[in-house]
Write a new protein. Sequence first.
Length: 231
Amino acid sequence: MKGFSLLEFLVATTFFLAILLSGYSAFDSQSKIFQEMLARTRTEEESNYRLLVLQTLLQRSSEKFRTDLMLSHAVTFFEDLSFGSSKKADAFSFAIPQGDPVRFQWNGSGIDIPTSTKITGKKLLLLAGSDSNGEYVWNYARVLQIISIPSAQQVKLQFLLKKNPIQYGSVIEVEIDGVAFQQEQLYWVSGTGQYEPFFEPVEEFHYEWKSPQLKVMWKTGLNDSFLTLMP
């Protein structure tokens, strides 16, 4: 029986190594493809979760305001974090009702509200109604002091916007929350003004506000995401 020559052995070994390297290369390519697919899937899952949270928080957030004739005309969405004083493409804020609207009357230094109304100190209020000239006015104010008298509660206020005093109308307790994009990080801005990272970083973020519709857009990797809703 004839044995293998050295040349035949080298050829066979080379062929075997070629097959082995080819298989490893294919496995490495498949592994890279799998990792890329996994990374993309995770990004999409994160994006979908972000979409869901934004939708839950923003969709119809001002619906309760519309149940009251006075409050329904007040501005509750702002294209910045400062009541609309300086519009930004990467930050917005909005009011979220925290209670039910009640009627009030201006008493010269604050407002009178029903004794049954529960408002705690240092809360934010949205007021809307008529000024002394019969013009419609809305404003936001912080509660400074609450004095109980037999017929009503007298609430001392610090108004946040320069407007004419509202003589009578509707008032509701609110919280102002916001979203801000800074240095590839999306933040949720709480009612106390604290910046909290909003999930994973995003590469781009902006929005378009065409009342009453809000379109929020961001980019993460190869994913372009957007959400259209009605606050």
